[in-house]
Write a protein of this length. Structure first.
Length: 340
């Protein structure tokens, strides 16, 4: 019912449907699409990958008009887009475990599906300040200002910093700390400006959060730019090579398995299946058989605390408790070795 109402509301404002302007040759309403083109969204899931043109999505998924305070601009912006929930329902992925955004520049970002849903993620395709698509993102003013402000701070405090660098008093330590924070800020915003300049604009799809405050980890969320594909991941209920056969549904082992499946398997293999950038962790020798448990936990939390120059990135959203559950799972798997 709501879907019908939304479609009617949509038809009411679409140019070309109100009788004022003619639809373009493809039957796509004019004025909505980047440079008159019809961008494609790729939707991936374990059952396969499909590409859908924006014009088709507009016909088949409710379009939401949203106003959000967009961190990219530091002010309220109004967009048209699709809620993640509607996209998941459209592609039969409502039970997904996580969602991965793939961007035009090859960057990708994974987030838990529940969190994205709770935060009201909307994948927008049109900034209403434009006749179509998104404005140029060259020299994003907000990020340029932050970069320049930090750079000016560095310049103004350089001498002070050089003098305090080897000092031990609390005042000197504070000067050093503030200087280093500013340096981190300058690099961070310089990188963001460069990224956006390289992309040219944030289309074809730009995710925003309607309720960022609802999810603690997302309060400072920096949206992935220029999304071209979304991927839904599901926990394989059973049968996957990493599945802990025989473990009870509410056991710590099963909790650890879900974490491992969502956050580790895309780099690591288990019983010969999984990602290739990290090592196999079970066959022929399980990692808990040659590394002490406390070191496995430490490794998961911060690999370089155990092995200098480790290639494994820090997993920021893993807590100590999560790491302990993952170790429960890893230990369980040493008695579930399968060679394929
Ligand atoms: C982005 C890819 C990536 C992710 C994600 C990742 N790892 Fe790793 N991991 C690696 C790489 C690469 C190594 C090789 C270690 C090195 O360079 O020190 C490694 C090493 C390890 C080791 C040490 C193995 C050994 O024999 O020395 C453990 C244990 C481990 N990872 C567990 C995990 C767990 C558990 C997770 C999920 C919470 C995880 N990793 C997530 C890439 C990853």
């Amino acid at each position: 019912m709501t879907r019908v109402l939304l479609l009617i509301a949509l038809l009411a404002w679409l140019p070309g449907c109100g009788g004022n302007s003619a639809p373009s040759a493809s039957g796509t309403p004019a004025g909505l699409l980047t440079n008159g083109a019809d961008p494609i969204l790729e939707i991936k899931s374990p059952s396969g990958s499909r590409t859908v043109a924006l014009s088709q999505l507009i016909r088949e998924v409710p379009v939401k008009r949203v106003t959000v305070n967009d961190p990219l601009y530091g002010r309220d912006k109004t967009y048209d887009g699709f809620s993640l929930e509607d996209l998941a329902s459209y592609s039969q992925n409502l039970r997904a475990e996580s969602v991965i955004f793939h961007c035009r520049d090859g960057f990708s970002l994974r987030m838990p599906f529940v969190a994205a849903r709770k935060a009201g993620l909307v994948l927008t395709f049109h900034d209403l300040e434009m006749s179509e698509g998104f404005p140029s993102s060259l020299d994003n003013p907000i990020f340029v200002e932050r970069r320049n402000k930090a750079a000016a701070y560095l310049q103004a405090h350089h001498l002070e910093y050089e003098q305090a660098k080897h000092g031990r008093t609390p005042a000197q330590k504070r000067i050093v700390q503030e200087y280093e924070t500013a340096r981190g800020e300058r690099d961070r915003w310089a990188r963001r400006v460069d990224e956006l300049n390289r992309l040219g604009n944030i289309g074809p799809f730009h995710p925003v959060l309607l309720r960022a405050l609802a999810v603690k980890d997302l309060v400072d969320w920096d949206a992935p730019d220029a999304v071209r594909a979304i991927e839904f991941e599901h926990v394989v209920p059973s049968g996957g090579r990493d599945y802990p056969a025989g473990a009870a549904a509410d056991s710590p082992v099963m909790t650890g398995y879900k974490l491992f499946h969502a956050k580790c398997l895309y780099c690591h293999a288990m019983n010969g299946g999984g990602g290739r950038s990290g090592p196999e962790l079970n066959i022929p020798v399980n990692v808990t058989e040659y590394l002490k448990e406390e070191y496995v936990i430490a490794f998961i939390l911060n690999a370089r605390a155990v092995r200098a120059r480790s290639m494994m990135s820090v997993q920021p959203e893993i807590t100590r408790q999560d790491a302990e559950r993952i170790v429960d799972y890893l230990k369980y798997m040493k008695n579930n070795k399968r060679v394929y």
